[in-house]
Design a protein around this ligand. Structure first.
Ligand code: MTE
Ligand code: MO
Length: 409
């Protein structure tokens, strides 16, 4: 079987057991009919639960996979909620769960004194804010020539957002500390699971090493507002520096244990499986992000004549982040990586988990250009030229793949 991220096994089961409205909601109906022509012809409308998103800034791949357009990323560091990508493995829970946010309960297990806490309780236990790159493990999958199954994201399954909540560590300390022998922190999503399917095969439950607890939050606010249902309200587990899937929405349980979760999304999903291989729990799990950058402007999506810009002074700008490390610098090339020039980091530094904006001004005469960016983090890691091939198209940080080809006229 393929990884859950491919959606294929899940879709088949949903087709058998899900209601028609549930299928429509998660955007499966059109896919299962398999009309490619229809997909290419008209942009899909925003699904109801994210009707408040800015339709002109996003690409709707399906009802549960929505990407920010490369040309829509601004230069003010923070990604507005209206532009931020969406990725749901399951239909979002009913909006009723955000009607009384403070009443939402989370079960804390694997501590000395396990108990349930409400969001109201959590709001009295501590407060921290973190700016963080939220990025889907499969961002950049669209550049894999092997065409892995799953959404062919290019750069827009990522954003930089600010979260507020209580440090997980404060909660654990209050409950007497972790149970002895705990090595993993496991968050469980609060989705209602369809009947008749083994819950372990579809539930969203992810484990990360307990070291990740140091900067983790149980967050109730994003970009200064209560977290929307679409982005995981009323309560979301935030694990800075870790790929999107490890940041559990509508988190209903946080557990500390000696073993990783045996949910399929953990044991077989999001594994670095060799291309052509089969996923298994011995392969590395997709967790920490590594140094990456890309150019947002000029981009091949700009202007009415796609991929063409006017000669003269051009501001080449984009974003760079280091995963667990701060960004030290970014270089830009306009000749496909033959020569590089240092770009300037712009704007506020919102901490090591946020991205930095960069800019390089260049005077361009008519011709063809391949523009690339290459970031270096504070630990000296340099963004790689090539992607690491893997079955599901995870962790693409290749500067060559993210390069922009432009004709200057
Ligand atoms: N409960 C729950 N949490 C989840 C998911 C999910 O389907 N259910 N999807 C994960 C994945 S794969 C990603 S990339 C991010 C997407 O977050 P966003 O939709 O807020 O951008 O949420 C993660 N957390
Ligand atoms: Mo993801």
């Amino acid at each position: 079987m393929n990884t859950p991220n491919t959606h294929i096994p899940l879709h088949r089961r949903s087709v058998l057991t899900g209601s028609a409205s549930a299928l429509a909601m998660i955007g499966l109906a059109s896919w299962s009919r398999g009309s490619l022509a229809q997909t290419a012809a008209a942009p899909k409308p925003l699904p109801a639960y994210v009707s408040w998103k800015d339709a002109s800034s996003v690409i709707v791949h399906s009802g549960t996979t929505i990407e920010t357009k490369r040309s829509a990323f601004g230069t003010s560091v923070i990604t507005p909620a209206e532009q931020l990508y969406i990725r749901n493995n399951l239909p979002a829970p009913d909006a009723a769960i955000v009607a009384d946010r403070d009443a939402w309960e989370i079960n804390i297990e694997g501590v000395q004194n396990p108990r349930k806490l409400t969001v109201r309780d959590l709001k009295s236990l501590g407060l921290e804010t973190v700016a963080m790159v939220l990025q889907c493990s499969g961002n950049g999958r669209g550049f894999f020539p092997s065409k892995p199954s799953g959404t062919p994201w290019t750069v827009g399954a990522a954003g930089c957002v600010v979260w507020s909540g209580v440090p997980v560590k404060a909660v654990v300390d209050l409950l007497g500390g972790m149970a002895s022998g705990a090595r993993y922190m496991t968050g469980t999503g609060g989705e209602k699971l369809p009947a008749g399917i083994d819950p372990k095969s579809i539930m969203v439950e992810r484990s990360v090493p307990v070291a990740a607890m140091a900067d983790a939050l149980l967050a109730w606010e994003m970009n200064g507002a209560p977290i929307s249902l679409a982005h995981g309200g009323p309560l979301r587990l935030i694990v800075p520096g870790y790929t999107g899937v490890n940041n559990i929405k509508y988190v209903k349980q946080l557990a500390f244990s000696a073993q990783e979760s045996d949910a399929k999304i953990m044991s077989h999903g999001y594994r670095m499986t060799p291309a052509g291989g089969k996923s298994d729990p011995s392969q590395p799990s997709v967790q920490e992000m590594t140094v990456k950058s890309w150019i947002n402007s000029p981009s091949a999506e700009d202007g009415p004549t796609s991929g063409q810009i006017k000669a003269g002074m051009v501001q080449i700008q984009g974003v760079a982040f280091g995963g667990l490390n701060a960004v030290k610098g970014v270089e830009v090339s306009v000749d496909g990586g033959k020569t590089w020039q240092a770009a300037r980091l712009v704007g506020p530094d919102l901490g090591k988990y946020a991205w930095r904006q960069f800019v390089l001004q260049a005077r361009l005469s008519p011709g063809n250009y391949t523009m690339a960016s290459r970031a270096t983090d504070m630990a000296g890691n340099v963004q790689l030229q090539n992607r690491g091939e893997n079955l599901s198209g995870y962790n693409n940080t290749s500067w060559a793949d993210h390069a922009v080809k432009l004709n200057v006229a």
